[in-house]
Design a protein around this ligand. Structure first.
Ligand code: DGY
Length: 320
């Protein structure tokens, strides 16, 4: 009998076509499988699951998947999957490292530039009919050239951001679980900060690229926000819960920090109401990896992991 694959919502069509060359493929309607029970009900029918990061692949989902061999997440982050439960059931978990680093890094730079130079406020000013000619004091912002960038999480994406920031003339400070080797640090002239607080104190722009874990949940809280300078900008393209969203909203409303560019939220798709009205804050709907090229590459990597595992490849040959 043909093996069956559940792709939880529509993705780039060429990826679905590739899977269909090998398997029976069901593509869910957008949002259907954001509900745990819907996944529990569907999963017994399938040999492989290709979920989105909005799908809760819990222990109960995994235990219900009596034929399940692989979960290939359509993302590099996999905090939506109970990986330990999967491994207990001998279900392989794959993610998509590498292919989205450039896209996320470019988007991070776009947020930095947009918030630093106040692009969205300027556009609104003009659209509201308030442009009354060149103003020597209008929309003064922060130049990235010569500013200090603090990077939290110096994996593939953090390093891709650092390379771009260096090209724009920024100084690089970073915090990471462990210090990087000199052959990575030196070309970036990157300085390691053991303490997040130290980084927050010294950076002009603080950008987050760490995974969501117990240790990183609310890493950026009231204490760190109070340490940041009143001109410092916070960028988050990692995971929403790394930042205490309520504390960030208050810090922006009270002018404790200089601004924020936020692509990910604590309880997506909800956004804290005080954040939506906060000044000097650019909010985007989790789109850092949203280029055609990258979304196809993400899908193909996940599809190839499924093809490999269902055709008997060793899990060690598949990205974990
Ligand atoms: C990821 O891959 O983890 C991003 O957040 C979504 O593209």
């Amino acid at each position: 009998m043909n093996k069956r694959v559940l792709v939880t919502e529509p993705i780039i069509p060429s990826v679905i076509d590739t899977l269909k060359e090998h398997f029976e493929v069901e593509v869910g309607e957008r949002g259907t499988y954001n509900d745990e029970q819907a996944l529990i009900d569907a999963i017994p029918e399938y040999d492989a699951l290709l979920p989105m990061l909005s799908n809760p692949v819990t222990v109960d989902v995994i235990n219900a998947g009596k034929n399940l061999k692989i979960i290939a997440n359509h993302a590099v982050g996999y905090n939506n999957i109970d990986v330990e439960a999967a491994h207990r059931q001998n279900v392989h978990v794959a993610n998509t490292p590498g292919v989205l680093s450039d896209s996320c890094a470019e988007f991070t730079m776009a947020l930095m530039l947009a918030v630093g130079r106040r692009l969205y406020e300027a556009q609104r000013h003009l659209q509201d009919g308030n442009f009354d000619g060149w103003d020597p004091l209008g929309f003064l912002g922060m130049e990235l050239q010569g500013s200090r960038l603090g990077i939290i999480g110096m994996g593939r994406i953090g390093q891709a951001v650092a390379r771009r920031a260096r090209a724009l003339g920024m100084e690089i400070l970073y915090h990471n679980r462990s210090r990087l080797a000199a052959d990575i640090e030196d070309p970036l002239s990157a300085e390691y900060c053991e303490e997040v607080a130290d980084l927050a104190r010294r950076a002009d722009v603080l950008t987050l690229h760490c995974p969501l874990t117990e240790e990183t949940t609310h890493l950026i809280d009231n204490r760190i926000l109070s340490i940041m300078g009143e001109d410092t900008i916070l960028i988050n393209t990692a995971r929403g819960p790394v930042v205490d969203e309520a504390a960030l909203a208050e810090a922006l409303h009270e002018g404790k920090i200089g601004g924020a560019g936020i692509d990910v939220f604590e309880k997506e798709p909800e956004v804290h109401p005080r954040l939506k009205t906060a000044p000097r804050c650019l909010l985007t709907p989790h789109i850092a990896s949203a280029s055609h090229k990258t979304r196809e590459a993400i899908g193909m990597l996940a599809a190839n992991a499924i093809i490999g595992i269902l055709q008997g490849a060793s899990p060690s040959d598949i990205p974990n």
